[in-house]
Design a protein around this ligand. Sequence first.
Ligand SMILES: [Zn+2]
Length: 412
Amino acid sequence: MRKRVAGIVTAAILVLLAIGAVGVQTAGGKYPRPNVDSDDLSFYRAPITTESYPQTPARRVRNVIFCIGDGMGANQVALARLKAVGPEGKLHMEKMPVGGLVRTHSNNSLVTDSAASGTALATGIKTENGMIAMAPDEQPYFTILELAQADGMATGLVATSAITHATPASFAAHVKSRKMETTIAEHLIANRVNVLFGGGRKFFLPKGAPDSARKDDRDLIAEAKQAGYTYIETTAELRTVRHRHLLGLFQPEALTTAPPEPSLELLTQKAIGTLRRANVSSAGRRKGFFLMVEGSQIDWACHDNDADNMIRQTLLFDQAVGAAVDFARKDGRTLVLVTADHETGGLTFTAGDKNAAGPKIHWSTKGHSGAPVPMYAFGPGAETFAGVYDNTEIPRKIARLLDIRPFPRPRK
Ligand SMILES: [Zn+2]
């Protein structure tokens, strides 16, 4: 009897280990959550000093890396800092020399969703919640990514959600509703974004294929290959592949944000390496690149009021920010921006019990809040991001720095 129980226990442990190893998402809350120990933050490499990075000498901006922490308000950053480096420490994003504060309301609500705020951050216009890169009257607007591409720059989108999710979609698709993810997948490929890294394979696979969410026979992965993309779906492939058009779909839905899947940091490093090689002209001149990197699941952890997962997701994102800044410091002509599309959870904390190990955490909603969000900037042009401004100002400032005008610009 005893032996049998031990056998069952062993089997159960093995199953749990197997699940943990592949990072299967569990349904504890409404949102997918990686099946990893949220307290294990050993992946995080804190900055060595708390000194701010020096201001970059004024030069023309060649590359832009736009990092968006979905749902990442100032208190999300503060709690991640407390946990990772203590009250006196600094995260990578907090070492950036310029700070700002961003308003986030949408056209029809004091509290935005990720579609309207993504649209504001990508096109410079306000729209209604749910709409992707078009005005409330359904007039599509060019995104800063599309106009950078038209100018000869290489472009990339990296996310830990499906790559068709609202934030990445806002930079290279135009639809009435964020729910039209199969159409968004078509737009992303048609737009020939050089690097597309994230989850969401099911929106690219034809009807009938395992995991497919499409209602037609189009195989967007085959279409992408025909159009010149190299398609990858594993970390091993990611490490070795070299091509100027990469479609990397590492999960059917959202990423697990756990090994063996590539980390957001590795995806960001690969995207940067790919984009900087993607468009060297025959004369050997670089036209630069525009890359958007999203820490998509900070928002989901906050919707679940799950502080441990929120902190883990924020630190995974900060690690990717660190990789972007590492590149920018060597390059000297790369602007790195870090902000959020909105705050999620109405998060605050108080000192709590004298004997408690950490702060007492308070959530005021399971949805988004109207709290302003922080902006951190590094690189040439960073100083233009100081102060208090609207989210629609961000791509307008980028457009000015890249000499893209007019902006905003309707698609005729
Ligand atoms: Zn959300």
